[in-house]
Write a protein that binds this ligand. Structure first.
Ligand code: SF4
Length: 994
């Protein structure tokens, strides 16, 4: 008898079966993260998308959105051909036209406007990733009315960071995931920086020696795996952070050395109330800020490397003024009882004991768990340091902070906390991603006014004012831009104010326009505040029957809610059919370890008569004979379209859209255009990356070799140390103007506003809506977030992603619901001061009790996005946008400001206040308001059911040995036994478009 020989060997499973004829590497565009993807192709069809394991952003990780790119690419909502409106605007009645006619019409409209007044073109793009090119086009056209969607997304985050630390959270910096011991994540929804944050949190949680604290009104996504969730009341983060600062200052748990070396904490601030120099820095005759050297008992240049600056204590200046270090002013502010934990507890909903404990934990991590890396480095002054020493507390913040009318100052306050702890670009802290940090305050200035007919601007339309002299206003203070960015109302509107464009164009406020040109921005729906009014603005007419917004050109890839409101539609491609440039001039894919950029290239050919928008823009530029787009002889400068531009355009000598393989292919950053450059990118997986040597990877703001490298790359004008700005002098310059100093002062009605909000130190004030409706019947905050598996309105039409979420609910805390007499699944009216919208509720406990929330951009208008009219997105999905006003209540004289941050013009989406009322039984079941169904997309032929992938099984039916297998979901199984899964067979989706 033979003995058993042990367990049978495990069957070999092929985990990566060959599923395609060919694999092409490009860059995902299912959200803004720009992960690398490998697209498996069978014949001319996409069979499968996987993450590129070599790619610096995602290292092979792919999210649900990324893998569902196939459904984006095959969406029945894809536009098929250029369209010219034939019916009334908004009726969706179009004639399909050829590209020649489309380009002729566009050139005619744009050319006529440019010949008369280029400012009467408003050119606004959405979440596209080619803003360095579109902005340059606007500059060459000559209109200052250009911006992308940052004004309603995250400009508070960007501006506060750039004016404070020369960098920003957003996607321009990251926690030191490998070394941090304490991570504070403020208001970050799970869609933001999606794969990088997920991967980082995975690393951090796996290490087991770090604590992750999420401060967010809702406990979803990232917050759900936090070690501690702080369900803060929306709009009060500044109070919470202020209280942490209060506690750390009180306990002197701050990094004095870091403040003295790397920030303007020691810079002397003149104290002379009533004087034009009050609140300005004391400077040398040649403009260098001064500090007081405690060792030498004398004034010194703050930039002197051997200075021993004092951080407290007044001194006298040769001018006769008194001055104190900036730090002293900051300490006085935050040691005030106004920021004591007990004072802020009720407003934030966070008990004082918890605030104190968090402050103590932060101090413990920062000062008792110091990190030392054995990496010698050299600072800007040539001093050698043996080690890199860091305080391992990191922070990251995003839209939950940004989208409030107090977001700029709140974000600045978070940066204060980082500086006080000494945790910026040190081991374990927050790290800059090149090309940041940049000089602080930032440059360049916004360009304007328009130079006149047929003339380019002398600079880019967007920029960074550093004082009243940089505002775009006329002599009487009237805004020069249509959106009123860079005016006295919103002086630091660095990303423009896209949310105001349609309203102001309709109102002719401050002036009417001729052409509204939009790209990839669903401004007739989920990218609009106040959708009902926005649709009226788009369709309203003058007495003579002409439209108040005379001409609208729109380019997008899909039949969105905005398309029917255009006069001319230029259909774009999907991201798998196009060239794109993720450029260091724009929003690159760098990491803290070094610069990187990437491309998209067409991996499949369009099967429709569509063209990439960037190609179209380049051709329009040539037809319009814009300088740079047409040669002197009138021929196109980039006859090869966008790839031609990507390889050959030079923004400055040797600096082009792509940094890799320049010149003869051996240099990067600077170098002549290289005809092989794009092929080198393709050969390298569609990205380029440079690894900084270890000694350059931290302290980038003061790291000599890094600063020299950054200068060589053209990112910074010189290799001087970048000094972080605890105290923001540019804000004080606006304040002084409001107090009557200088030759450029705000109109009388705006002086108090500037005085209040242009505080050079961070402040907290209640969000405007909360202030406006205090004591009224709108007790709840209402916020939205994008789900991890969707991105704007794109995701909500994707056949695979719809299987995860095809409708949204309003999430309500169970206790709050109980007090309102609501139970799970009730239908309610969500009522704001401006209107009401109907939705179905879902109870939960992981939400601030004063807050209700929902997923954004799930709700769709009937007839759009290739969905059936009874699709749940159109019948049950809802948008809070319908009840958010783009304007604040009128001030005393009737004027209405934008519902926005008064410093940056950031749209204050999250300031919304509401109450809930249970629907009458007869009203339950469907959302409201519902707008008239739009007619189906012209030329739409897609069947109502999508079937994808079954045809990839090449064996003819009836000849295969697995004929007994049936499709079950996306697998083939023996229906009788449930076994028989066939790996390697194509996915199949069998979902109705309902
Ligand atoms: S995180 Fe964004 S870019 Fe990355 S795979 Fe997902 S959708 Fe694509």
């Amino acid at each position: 008898m033979s003995l058993p020989s042990g367990p049978a060997p495990a069957p070999r499973v092929d985990t990566s079966p060959k599923v395609a004829d060919e694999v092409k590497c490009t860059t995902c565009y299912m959200c803004a993260c720009r992960c690398g993807i490998r697209v498996h192709l069978q014949g001319d069809k996409v069979r499968y998308i996987e993450g590129n394991p070599d790619h610096p952003i995602n290292r092979g990780v792919l999210c649900a959105k990324g893998s569902a790119g196939i459904m984006q690419h095959t969406s029945p909502a894809r536009l098929r051909k250029p369209l010219l409106r034939v019916g009334e605007r908004g009726a969706g009645e179009f004639r399909e036209i050829e590209w020649d006619e489309a380009l002729e019409v566009a050139t005619g409209w744009l050319g006529e406007t440019r010949r008369t007044d280029p400012s009467r073109l408003a050119f606004f793009t959405g979440r596209d990733q080619s803003q360095s090119m579109t902005g340059w086009w606007a500059k060459q056209y000559g209109t200052l009315n250009y911006a992308a969607h940052g004004g309603f997304c995250s400009v508070n985050m960007a501006a506060a960071g750039l004016y404070t630390i020369g960098g920003s959270f957003w996607e321009f910096g990251e926690p030191d995931w490998d070394h941090t011991r304490y991570l504070l994540l403020f208001g970050v929804a799970e869609d933001h920086d999606s794969n990088p944050i997920k991967m980082g949190l995975g690393r951090l949680k796996t290490r087991g020696d770090a604590k992750f604290v999420s401060i967010n009104p809702t406990r979803t996504g990232y917050s759900a795996i936090a070690d501690e969730w702080i369900g803060i009341r929306p709009g009060t983060d500044g109070l919470f952070v202020g209280a942490l600062i209060h506690e750390l200052l009180r306990a002197e748990q701050i990094d004095w050395d870091y403040l003295a070396r790397y920030t303007n904490a020691p810079w002397l601030v003149i104290q002379a109330p009533g004087d034009a120099q009050d609140g300005r820095f004391a400077r040398t005759a040649d403009g260098d800020p001064l500090c007081y050297d405690g060792k030498r008992q004398a004034l010194r240049r703050a930039s002197d490397a051997d200075a021993s600056p004092r951080l407290v204590g007044a001194c006298d200046l040769p001018s006769g003024h008194r001055a104190v270090p900036a730090f002293q002013l900051l300490a006085a502010r935050f040691l005030n009882r106004r920021y004591a934990p007990e004072t802020v507890a009720a407003a934030t909903g966070i008990p004082a004991t918890q605030i104190r404990r968090i402050a103590a934990e932060i101090a413990e991590a920062a000062f008792r768990q110091q990190i030392e890396l054995d990496i010698p480095w050299t600072d800007w002054a040539g001093r050698r340091h043996d080690k890199m020493i860091g305080r391992p507390v990191s922070m990251h913040a995003m839209r939950g902070i940004s989208a409030h009318s107090n977001g700029f100052h709140t974000c600045r306050m978070i940066h204060m906390l980082q500086m006080l702890l000494g945790t910026i670009d040190v081991p374990g802290g927050f790290r800059y991603k090149p090309p940041f940090p940049r000089p602080c305050p930032p440059g360049p200035k916004p360009s304007g006014p328009a130079a006149g007919p047929d003339t380019p601007l002398d600079g880019m339309p967007l920029g960074f004012p550093t004082g009243p002299e940089d505002l775009l206003v006329t002599a009487d203070g009237t805004p020069q831009r249509l959106d009123k960015a860079f005016s006295w109302e919103y002086p630091l509107a660095a990303h423009g104010m896209m949310q105001m464009v349609i309203r102001n164009a309709w109102a002719g406020d401050p002036y009417p326009i001729d052409v509204l040109f939009l790209y990839m921005a669903n401004m007739g729906w989920n990218s609009a505040m106040n959708v009902p009014e926005t649709l009226r603005y788009l369709t309203d007419k003058n007495e003579d029957g002409s439209y108040r917004i005379p001409k609208i050109i729109y380019s997008d890839a899909y039949y969105s809610e905005t398309v029917p409101y255009a006069d001319l539609v230029l259909p774009d491609t999907t991201y798998l059919e196009r060239w794109d440039c993720i450029s260091l001039l724009d929003r690159p894919i760098c990491s803290a370890e070094g610069p990187a950029d990437s491309i998209r290239h067409p991996v499949v050919k369009p099967d429709r008569d569509v063209r990439p928008f960037q190609d179209v823009l380049i051709e329009l530029g040539a037809r319009l004979q814009l300088p740079g787009f047409a040669k002197e002889d009138g021929s196109p400068a980039y006859p090869g379209g966008y790839p031609d531009y990507m390889a050959n355009h030079e923004r400055a000598p040797g600096i082009g859209p792509l940094a890799g393989w320049r010149g003869d292919g051996t240099s990067h950053g600077r170098g002549a255009p290289n005809p092989d450059q794009l092929q080198r990118y393709i050969d390298n997986g569609s990205f380029w990356q440079h690894h900084l040597p270890p000694e350059q990877t931290y302290y980038k703001h003061a790291n000599g070799p890094y600063l020299t490298y950054a200068q060589k790359m053209g990112w910074i004008p010189n290799a001087d140390q970048i000094v972080m700005q605890l105290y923001a002098e540019p804000l004080q310059k606006f304040r002084l103007a409001a107090r009557g100093h200088g030759d450029r002062q705000p109109p009388e009605a705006l002086r108090a506003r500037i005085e209040r909000y242009f505080d050079p130190l961070p402040i907290w004030y209640p969000p405007f809506e909360e202030d406006s409706f205090a004591g009224t019947d709108f007790p709840l905050h209402a916020v939205t977030q994008r789900p991890m598996h969707m991105y704007h309105s794109w995701g909500g039409q994707n056949a695979w992603l719809r299987q995860i979420t095809a409708r949204n609910r309003l999430f309500v805390h169970a206790n709050t619901a109980a007090t309102l007499g609501l139970v799970d699944d009730d239908w309610v009216w969500v009522i704001s001061p401006y209107g009401r919208v109907k939705g179905q509720i879902k109870l939960m406990h992981g939400v601030n009790p004063n807050t209700v929330w929902t997923w954004n951009a799930i709700g769709k208008r009937k007839g759009t996005w290739g969905l059936d009219n009874d699709a749940p997105e159109a019948t049950k999905g809802f948008l809070l946008n319908h009840i958010i006003s783009e304007l604040l209540p009128a001030r005393a004289d009737g004027y209405r400001y934008a519902n926005a941050d008064p410093v940056t013009g950031q749209a204050a989406w999250y300031d919304l206040r509401v109450r809930l009322e249970k629907c009458a039984t007869a009203d339950a079941g469907e959302t409201a308001p519902r707008f008239a169904a739009l007619p189906p997309m012209p030329g739409r032929t897609a069947p109502p059911v999508l079937r994808y992938g079954a045809d990839f099984d090449r064996r003819p039916v009836g000849t295969s040995s697995d004929d007994h297998l049936e499709w079950v979901g996306n697998r083939r199984e023996n229906a009788a036994t449930g076994s028989g899964v066939r790996p390697g067979h194509g996915n199949r989706t069998d979902i109705s478009t309902k």
